[in-house]
Unconditional design. Structure first.
Length: 86
């Protein structure tokens, strides 16, 4: 008994061509999803950079508000205490 081992042999249909078209159609469905994924990753990256910048700014403000961070003559100035009262 003979067995058929090749796709579409004897049917007259171009099953290889149909398979290629099906694969192309599936890849076409993935294109918008892939684009959306890249856009979301870019947003996540941007938010991460923003968070890093805000943390650096917050650290800088904390250092400014720390009287021990100022040189000693400035810590003893009257204007420094006036400024800290706000």
């Amino acid at each position: 008994m003979a067995t058929i081992t090749s796709l579409g042999v004897g049917s007259g249909l171009d099953l290889t061509g149909l398979l290629d078209q099906l694969q192309a159609a599936e890849r076409g469905k993935l294109a918008p999803i892939t684009l959306q994924k890249k856009q979301q990753q870019a947003k996540i990256s941007a938010f991460g950079q923003l968070q890093t910048s805000l943390n650096a700014f917050q650290d800088a403000v904390a250092k400014i508000n720390d009287p021990q961070a100022l040189p000693k003559p400035f810590r003893q100035c009257a204007w420094h205490w006036w400024w800290r009262s706000y």
